[in-house]
Each structure stands twice: as structure tokens, then as C-alpha cells.
Design a protein around this ligand. Structure first.
Ligand code: NAP
Ligand code: HSE
Length: 428
């Protein structure tokens, strides 16, 4: 049997403790599958005395994760602290420079420094693996880099933040406002320490940036993502979208177009009957479209101790089996710097606005849309007690530039009260 694979784990929170449990509970299974033992030699966290529900007494303790990363009795540095810079990045770099492979769940670090870290790893003949960084327990990195390696990827899409999907589906099922469900989710501990990472779409955009890089052979480009969070989604829009046959999701989408790479993480409408439309609660779903394979839908737990630790172990087992792939599926030097698409591909839009209920009001709105080149597909006006009539419009496919032009023209009609709301409708 080959020598044991020795892990040094920095970060013993939700994910780190989960990894320790799997290594301890499944030693025989892991050994049989890898053809060698997988053991932990050293660990690090901020507090040595905290009870983590798992026995750590047989492992060496390091206060400093960089020191852990440099230990001679560590083959693989497992970074589970989080944070795009700080100790996570310093220790990851130290590990690579001192000859260790790295496994991490840190999407923020990879989205911001993925290219530099991939170059460093390859220059040192080491690997960085990060299955847990995107969609928790769903093996989407493996699916893209290995299972679909023979395909050109046409599109990557998905719901990549469980907390946002929980908030949106709970608003709908309980008829509660965003503010009420946000407070509930926060109280239940569903949100990141900085909730803006979740509800602002940043966490999900980190994940999308990583997937785009692998899918399109481009350098990770977080800054190129059109980003909008869920804070402005109202219960009214959830209900009205439902009436028109749609659900609202914080949807990530990446596509290589003739005008460059189009990446967005924004609230969108999807058909209620589609797999994405039927995704409830904290679950994640990734849709991959390849030229030969067609559409693949992956669904599962995107967070939590067990699912995320499961993904970390997938990477550990690959290293134990000596399966070594370039960080983003191809050598870092061959990843192209993507040009960001300045304008989005044409798509249908949902528009909600309130109109003064007087003769000719709808005609003025239709004219403003028509003059911007936008064709109306469906329209609905609701009963209303006062003088303002809620109106919903679903457009035929239009570009975001044309939509912006139409929205800018609406105030001049003098029949639109308040600010119109718009969401792109994604065909899935
Ligand atoms: P967590 O529960 O907050 O745990 C973080 C751990 O890192 C703690 O044990 C903490 O020590 C330790 N730590 C923080 N700063 C440190 C430092 N300077 N030196 C040494 N240790 C330090 O976080 P988590 O939820 O396990 O997440 C870990 C990583 O996995 C993050 O990158 C996260 O984005 C990613 N991830 C998490 C999930 C999930 O469901 N939780 C899912 C996918 C990916 P103390 O315990 O002593 O404070
Ligand atoms: N806050 C993230 C989510 C955790 O809700 O999906 C996993 O990245």
C-alpha cells in the first residue's frame, strides 16, 4: 500500500468539523477506495478550546494556519477558513510554495485570485481543488472538468445560493415581505455573517465566476458579472409573476457570445413548470448545456456540514488516487482574458408598472415601448381600488439597451406613476 495521505486542516467550523468527521468515521472506506490511508496530522482554528463535537486530541495543533501549511508532516493543505484575502490566501500560497497540494471550499478567494493561485500552483507542480466552493455537495466542478470535457459548453445557469432561494420561496409560500423573511432567515442562522454576501448576490456571483472560467476556458472574471441582489424583490412581483406562469429566482447565467462573455447574477423569471422554477427552499440547481450532451441538470444541497464536507472529500480522494488536473480544467497559461459582452443577448422581459386609469394611458405606454423597438407579447391589468392601475407586460425578446431606452421614455408619458419594475425572463 502507498504511504498515507496526510491532511492539515485549517478551519474547524461547519465544514472543517464535517471533514474531520468523515475522515474519522470512514477511514476503512476511504482507504479501500484510494488504495492508501487518508489521515489528519494537524489542524488549526482561532480557538483551541472550543468544543467542535469531534475528538481532535490526536492531531497536532497550530495557532497559525501558515505554520500548518508549511509543516513537513502535511501533504495536502485543506483550507476551510474562508475570506478572499487574509489568512486563507496567505496560507494557501505558503502551502503551494512549500510543496503541498491544496483543497479549499473558498469561492471568494478563487473568484478574486483564482488565476494567480492557479499559476502559482502550476509553477510549483501542485494542484488546487475546490469542488466544495460551488454548490456545496453538487459535484459540478467534476461534471464540467471531467464528465463534459469533450463538449463545448454553450451555457451555464443556475440557482447557486440556498439562502436567497429559501427567502424567495418562503416569501411566496407564507405571503411574507422580503424584510420579514430576511429577519426570519437571519434568526435561523441561514445567512452568512455578512448577509450582504448572500442577498446581494455576491456569494452566488463568486460561484458563477468560477464555473464560467472552467466552462469557457477563460480567466476568472468576477468584475465582469452583471450583479443584482434580491433585496428589491417584492411579494407583489412574486405573486404577479406567478399569475403569468413564472417564479422569481436569483439566477446565474454565463454564455459566450459573439460580443464576448455574458455573465449575470440577477433576479430573473423562469417558467414555473421548469426544473429551476420548481426548486424550493435552500436547495441549489445547476444547468449545464454542452454541444454534444445537450442539457444536464444537477440538483442538491448547496451548503451545510455534510454536503460541503462530502465535496471536500471528493477532492481529497482525487489527490489520494493521484488524479491531478489543472485548476480550471486546462493549464492556467492557456486561459484567455475574457472580453465582457457590453450588451446582453436579447431576451423577453416582465415589466410591472402603475398607470393612471384614464383614456389613452395604455396606448401611451405601448407607444413608448414600440418606439424603442419593443414588441408586447402579453399584458394584464388588475382590479384596483384607487386611480392607479397595476399593469403587467411580458415583452417579446428585446435587448437590455432597448429596454433601458423604453424605461427612460416612460416618465414623459405622464401616465406612469412610481418606478416601473423589470425582470429578465430566462428560457430554460
Ligand atoms: P465557519 O463555520 O465560520 O468556520 C471557519 C473556521 O475557520 C473556524 O473554525 C475558525 O476558527 C477558522 N478561522 C477563521 N479565521 C482563522 C484564522 N485566522 N486562523 C485560523 N483559523 C481561522 O465557516 P464554514 O461555514 O465552515 O466555511 C468555511 C469555508 O467553506 C468558507 O470558505 C465558506 O465560504 C466555504 N463554504 C461553506 C459552506 C457552508 O455550508 N458552511 C458551503 C460551501 C462553502 P474558530 O472556530 O476558532 O473561530
Ligand atoms: N450562503 C451560502 C448559501 C452558503 O446560502 O448558499 C454556501 O455557499
Amino acid at each position: 500500500m502507498a504511504d498515507p495521505l496526510r491532511l492539515g486542516i485549517a478551519g474547524l467550523g461547519t465544514v472543517g468539523a464535517g471533514v474531520v468527521k468523515i475522515v474519522r468515521q470512514k477511514a476503512n472506506l476511504l482507504g479501500a477506495r484510494a488504495g492508501r490511508e487518508v489521515v489528519i496530522t494537524a489542524v488549526s482554528a482561532r480557538s483551541k478550546s472550543k468544543d467542535r463535537g469531534v475528538n481532535l486530541s490526536s492531531y497536532a495543533w497550530e495557532d497559525d494556519p501558515v505554520a500548518l501549511a508549511r509543516r513537513d508532516d502535511v501533504d495536502v493543505f485543506v483550507e476551510l477558513m474562508g475570506g478572499e484575502d487574509g489568512p486563507a490566501k496567505a496560507a494557501t500560497e505558503a502551502a503551494i510554495k512549500s510543496g503541498k497540494d491544496v483543497v479549499t471550499a473558498n469561492k471568494a478567494m478563487l473568484a478574486m485570485h483564482g488565476q494567480a493561485l492557479a499559476e502559482l500552483a502550476e509553477a510549483n507542480n501542485k494542484v488546487i481543488r475546490f469542488e466544495a466552493a460551488v454548490a456545496g455537495g453538487i459535484p459540478v466542478i467534476k461534471a464540467l472538468t471531467e464528465g463534459l470535457a469533450g463538449n463545448s459548453i454553450d451555457r451555464v445557469m443556475g440557482v447557486m445560493n440556498g439562502s436567497c432561494n429559501y427567502i424567495l420561496t418562503r416569501m411566496e409560500s407564507a405571503g411574507l415581505t422580503y424584510e420579514e423573511v430576511f429577519a426570519e432567515a437571519d434568526g435561523l442562522g441561514y445567512l452568512e455573517a455578512d448577509p450582504q454576501l448572500d442577498v446581494g448576490g455576491i456569494d452566488a456571483a463568486h460561484k458563477l465566476a468560477i464555473l464560467s472560467s472552467i466552462a469557457f476556458g477563460t480567466q476568472v472574471d468576477f468584475a465582469g458579472i452583471k450583479l443584482k441582489g434580491i433585496e428589491t424583490v417584492t411579494i407583489e412581483d412574486i405573486r404577479h409573476a406567478g399569475d403569468m406562469g413564472y417564479k422569481i429566482k436569483l439566477l446565474g447565467s454565463a454564455q459566450m457570445t459573439a460580443r464576448g462573455l455574458e455573465q449575470s447574477m440577477t433576479p430573473c423569471l423562469v417558467p414555473a413548470t421548469s426544473p429551476l422554477g420548481q426548486l424550493d427552499g435552500g436547495t441549489n440547481m445547476i444547468v449545464l448545456e454542452g454541444d454534444h450532451v445537450g442539457q444536464i441538470v444537477l440538483r442538491g444541497a448547496g451548503a451545510g456540514e455534510g454536503p460541503t464536507a462530502s465535496a471536500v472529500m471528493s477532492d481529497v480522494m482525487d489527490i489520494a488516487r493521484d488524479i491531478r488536473l489543472p485548476t480550471f480544467g486546462q493549464p492556467a497559461a492557456t486561459l484567455e482574458k475574457p472580453a465582457t459582452a457590453k450588451t446582453a443577448l436579447a431576451a423577453p422581459y416582465y415589466l410591472r408598472m402603475e398607470l393612471l386609469d384614464k383614456p389613452g394611458a395604455l396606448a401611451k405606454v405601448a407607444t413608448a415601448l414600440g418606439e424603442a423597438g419593443i414588441s408586447i407579447d402579453r399584458m394584464r391589468q388588475y382590479d384596483h381600488p384607487g386611480e392607479n392601475a397595476p399593469v403587467l407586460i411580458v415583452t417579446h425578446a428585446t435587448t437590455s439597451d432597448m429596454l433601458d431606452q423604453a424605461l427612460a421614455a416612460l416618465p414623459a408619458t405622464k401616465v406612469v406613476t412610481g418606478t416601473p419594475v423589470s425582470f429578465q425572463i430566462k428560457k430554460v
